[in-house]
Design a protein around this ligand. Sequence first.
Ligand SMILES: [Fe+2]
Length: 273
Amino acid sequence: MPVVSRALESRWHQRKSVLNFMAAMENAVHAKSYSNIFMTYLKPEDISQLFDWGETNPHLQQLLAYIVGYYEALDRLVYQRNYGSRERAPFAFDQALWQAMTASVFLESCLFYSGFYYPLYFYGQGRLMQAGEIINLILRDESIHGLYIGNLAQERYRQFPPQLQTALYNWAVELLDRLYQEEAALAAELYDPVGLSADVQIFLRYNANKALMNLGFDPLYPSEAVNPVVLNGLNTQTKTMDNFSMKGNGYQKIRSEALQDEDFVFHRTRVSP
Ligand SMILES: [Fe+2]
C-alpha cells in the first residue's frame, strides 16, 4: 500500500490518503489482531516457532519474493522519478505501477484467503467464534482493498495501447498461475493432515477468479462449489449488535424521519410584563 501510494502523483492526494489509511489498517489493526489470536492459543515459544517456520518455508518465501519483487521494481522507478533522471521508456512507469497494483490484488483478493480457510471453517460452524469474528472483520477490509486497488489498476490499464494491454494481460495470467502453483503446494502442506487440501484448492481457484474480476478480467478457473460452511464464515455483512449475547459488529440504526421546513417554525408565546 505505501509503495503504490507514493507512486501516485501528488494531484491524487485523496487516493494517496485512502491508500495510506488502508496501509494503517494492515499494519496497526490486522497485524495486531493476528498476534492477538496467536497469543490466545499459543505459548510464546510456539509463536517463535511459527515465525521460524514462515521464514524458512520455501513456498511462502517464493510467494513473498514474487509479490515483493514487483513492489521493489516500482519503488526503484519512484526514486528515479523523484531524484534521478526523468528519461524513461513511454509507459515504463505506468506499467510498473500497474504490475505492482496487480500483484497487490493477487495478494489481497486471493493468496490471503487460503490461510483464512481453517478459521472460517470453524467459524461457519459456530466454533472458535472470537478468532473467526476477528478474521471476518479483517476480510471485510481486505475485500475493499482488493476492489479499490483493482479499480485504480483498471483505470491505468485502459490508458495502455492495445498491444501493451495484451502483453500485460498475459503477464498477469502467468504470474497468477505461478502464485497459484506455490499457494496450492503450500495448502497441500498445511491442509493435507486434516484432509481439507482439495477443498482449500477449490477455494483458492474461487478467490483467483475474484482477483481477476477485481482487475476487470474474466474468470479463468472453473466455477466450483465452495464449502458452504466457509462461504457462511466469509459473509461480511454487518451483524446487528445483540444486547444480551454482546455479539455483533454493527451499530444499532435508529428509525428516522426526514426534516421538514415546518420543523423550524417556532411559535413563541409572548410573556406580558
Ligand atoms: Fe489489505
